[in-house]
Design a binder for this molecule. Structure first.
Ligand code: NAP
Length: 261
């Protein structure tokens, strides 16, 4: 099994969960040292077999080198989780959006997911089994202003998921997307500590009244990766504490309204 962006956060939690379930895990990430530390820590905690493979998911040749290493050590990839991503702090109107920022966002999230799908699907087709799980975002369903590049990238991941699901459906391969809500990863907790985002207001806006945990996304990934989940393809699994179904964020969810009349 291969998880991109697994040196930290949601990817790390997914890799750890699968290692605990007995899978051999390849951790793909940008930084070699962080990938190695994550692989060693997961192996220690779970007793599982892990491998660190450095790659920039936006660069096909870099992914190919990492993929070759994974296949030579662990054999063909049967489960792929496209998770690597950046949640940029750059906010602004389209007029001020630097083209290179837009390109980078799409290169990592969109081209990155396609690069890895391109590398793993032939072997999955041969094996007549494969699971591809793309980590999108609640922002693919509920757009937000001033984050045009991120919203576009995360919506595009749904397009990849659906088109690829159809392309591979007769080959025992399923392709699904997970849409997380606010998940308490170190990246976002650091921003809360720095006062860049308001942790309490994010929890309050979420109907269940709290942030999600990375292991709750890992649980969803484990469900989709299961051999018995073969009839679920091209779908989106929303794991967001209800935030994307909340119409009015000011509605009081703790108390019913005072009856009229
Ligand atoms: P994170 O803690 O920042 O982890 C992301 C990992 O991906 C980091 O290790 C990062 O490395 C790596 N990465 C970034 N660019 C890469 C590239 N080009 N090639 C390979 N690896 C790369 O983020 P997270 O919160 O776990 O989020 C993971 C995914 O879930 C992202 O796709 C994000 O958009 C999505 N998501 C997160 C939330 C949330 O609330 N946390 C909500 C919705 C969706 P560096 O640190 O070295 O850059």
């Amino acid at each position: 099994m291969t998880v991109t962006g697994a040196a930290a956060g949601i990817g790390y939690a997914i890799a750890k969960r699968f290692a605990a379930d007995g899978c051999r895990i390849a951790i793909v990430d940008l930084d070699e040292e962080r990938a190695c530390v994550a692989a060693a820590s997961i192996a220690e905690v779970t007793g599982g077999q892990t491998l660190a493979a450095t790659a920039d998911v936006a660069e096909l040749e870099s992914c190919r080198a990492a993929h070759d290493r994974i296949v030579s050590e662990f054999g063909p990839v049967s489960v792929l989780v496209n998770n690597a991503g950046i949640m940029s702090q750059r906010l602004g109107r389209v007029e001020t959006l630097p083209p290179e920022h837009f390109d980078q966002m799409l290169a990592i999230h969109v081209r990155g997911a396609v690069n890895w799908a391109r590398l793993v699907t032939s072997a999955m087709r041969e094996a007549k089994f494969g699971r591809i799980i793309n980590i999108s975002s609640g922002n693919a369903k509920l757009a937000v202003p001033y984050r045009l590049a991120y919203v576009t990238a995360k919506k595009a991941i749904l397009g990849i998921t659906e088109a690829l699901a159809l392309e591979t459906a007769r080959d025992g391969i399923t392709v699904n997307a997970i849409l997380p809500g606010y998940i308490a990863t170190q990246t976002l907790l650091d921003r809360a500590d720095a006062g860049i985002l308001d942790k309490d207001s994010f929890a309050e806006r979420t109907p269940v009244g709290r942030w999600g945990r990375p292991d709750e996304i890992a649980r969803a990934a484990a469900f989709l990766a299961d051999a018995d989940s073969g009839f679920i393809t091209g779908s989106t699994l929303v794991v967001d504490g209800g935030i994307t179904i909340r119409g009015d964020p000011n509605e009081d969810l703790s108390h019913p309204p005072t009856p009229i009349g």
